[in-house]
Write a protein that binds this ligand. Structure first.
Ligand code: NDP
Length: 489
């Protein structure tokens, strides 16, 4: 640690920079608990510098007045570069976040696809002719919102950056993005290519640092027009409050406690697989994790046994080993949080699998895939977002009860329902208060389809055409076609 070799710099106004006050924070490999790099510990001064750069790039027209074709081409070039470097990026992502390398490789493909999608969409933003009843041409024009502040979490570090940057840039916005302090490395790698692919200075600024010292000043900055945030509900609420004074546009993606509902007529093997995949993928560090598994009572015991049996065989291990299906949690803090929930669960429900730290792992923030059964939906383990591999399995008697329990949560990000009866499945889909609902699957996510929550899972939608809309304002333009005076006075 401390050599210039593993010091990453931030990206402000096209330059690779340190924090003004010269402070750094350590970045860890959660599988070894060792420091692998350092990143600038930015404060309000650095945030101001970044916002000024983004503001200037916007107000000068350097970005918003670039043609949509050119903006699109730049995003496509960035996507191409990401594909070219995807092995390096995947390895770095895996080391820094603890996610299995195979999952990191999928993430990098999705990152490139996201930039490609919005590279293509940049030229599809169109206005509208309003059918007004006068001799006038009334237009609705779409214009970029301005400077976007973007604050992202550590569970899909580069992918979350892509979900935020790609639509904003396609829309013509300029950006200041703050990655999570736990996992800032891949986005800093990507920033090295911005100039090469043709992004003018100041269009994308990456500021690294902590939530309170770098995130909060960005969220309240008067020159930031919009904040896009993904993370905890607690911080989401702070962001919303700090946006009030300057009436910023805000979009929030705040995770959840998503129900994964299994009826007795579902394909049993596929169901067990789907229950495990829904909650344990990416170590359970997924905002849409199916962490409440609702199972019809007639198959409940067999289901819990089937899940527990398979969960015990999940291959935990070093993230860079290709056979690994579950790596360590991202940080010591997250490890301690999840361990506390494991212990709480033992008091609130019955342990069916896991429940602790796996034996023989030595160092690293590993926890066992854990399943609790006979869980009451009012238990804290069924209500609070754990963000780790901890499943709660809850029995239900009939369709109405399944829907009632599923909706009995302050959150509403995602849900899934498993049944061979398409009529029943679709009745449940319609009754669920969630922004994303899967049938006979859980977690597939596509850049073409909207992503976002109901209730306290936030508001606004990312991805697809919905994603770019969140970075656009609508301007009404009225062109009078009468040559006579108004004639009122
Ligand atoms: P946070 O919500 O704290 O972090 C998300 C992002 O917000 C990070 O970049 C963080 O910075 C930043 N941030 C933190 N505080 C502020 C603030 N006051 N103003 C502006 N930005 C801020 O999540 P944690 O990492 O602390 O994780 C805690 C829990 O949050 C998890 O256990 C999980 O339940 C939930 N979570 C949900 C996610 C989701 O996708 N919905 C993602 C991550 C976590 P910093 O880098 O300093 O933390």
């Amino acid at each position: 640690m401390g050599t210039d070799m593993n010091r990453y710099r931030m990206h402000i106004n096209g330059e690779s920079v340190e924090a003004r006050r010269g402070a750094w924070f350590p970045v860890y490999d959660p599988s070894t608990e060792e420091i692998i790099a350092e990143a600038p510990d930015a404060d309000e001064n650095d945030v101001n510098r970044a916002v000024q750069a983004a503001r200037a790039a916007f107000d000068s027209g350097a970005w918003p007045q670039t043609t949509a074709q050119e903006r699109g081409r730049i995003l496509l070039r960035l996507a191409e570069r990401i594909r070219k470097e995807s092995a390096m990026l995947a390895e770095l992502e895996s080391r820094n976040s603890g996610k299995p390398i195979v999952e990191a490789e999928y993430d990098m493909a999705d990152v490139a696809t996201c930039f490609e999608y919005y590279g293509g969409l940049a030229t599809k933003v169109a206005g509208y002719v309003n059918p007004v009843p006068d001799n006038a041409l009334s237009l609705s024009l779409k214009e970029p919102v301005g400077v976007a502040g973007q604050i992202i979490p550590w569970n899909y570090p580069l992918l979350m950056a892509a979900w935020k940057l790609a639509p904003a840039l396609a829309a013509g916005c300029t950006c200041v993005l703050k990655p999570a302090e736990q996992a800032p490395l891949t986005v800093l790698e990507m920033a090295r290519w911005f100039a090469d692919v043709g992004l003018p200075p100041g269009v994308v600024n990456i500021v690294t640092g902590f939530g309170e010292t770098a995130g909060a000043p960005l969220a309240r900055h008067p020159e930031v027009n919009k904040i896009a945030f993904t993370g905890s509900a607690a911080v989401g609420k702070l962001i919303l409050k700090s946006a009030v004074d300057t009436i910023k546009r805000v979009t929030l993606e705040l995770g959840g406690k998503s129900p994964n509902i299994f009826f007795a007529d579902a394909d049993f093997e596929a169901a067990i697989d789907g229950a495990l995949f829904g909650v344990f993928i990416n170590q359970g560090e997924v905002c849409s994790a199916g962490s409440r598994i609702l199972v019809e009572r007639s198959i409940y015991s067999r289901f819990v046994e089937g899940m527990a049996e398979k969960a015990k065989r999940i291959k935990l291990g070093a993230p860079l080993v290709r056979e690994t299906k579950m790596g360590p949690l991202v940080s010591k803090e997250q490890y301690e949080r999840v361990r506390a929930f494991q212990e709480l669960g033992k008091r609130e429900a019955k342990l069916a699998a896991g429940g602790g730290r796996p034996a023989g792992m030595g160092k690293g923030y590993y926890v066992e895939p854990t399943i609790f059964c006979n869980v009451d939906n009012s238990a804290r383990i069924a209500r609070e977002e754990i963000f780790g591999p901890v499943a709660t399995v809850i029995p239900f008697n009939d369709e109405a009860e399944a829907v009632r329990i599923a909706n009995d949560t302050p959150y509403g990000l995602a849900a899934a329902v498993w049944s061979r009866d398409i009529f029943k499945a679709f009745r449940v889909v319609k009754a669920l208060r969630a922004g994303i609902v899967w049938v006979n699957h859980m977690q597939p996510t596509y850049v073409e389809a909207p992503w976002g929550g109901y209730k306290q899972s936030g508001f606004g939608r990312e991805l697809g055409p919905w994603g770019i809309e969140e970075y656009l304002e609508t301007k009404q333009v009225h062109i009078n076609l009468n040559e006579q005076p108004i004639g009122w006075y």
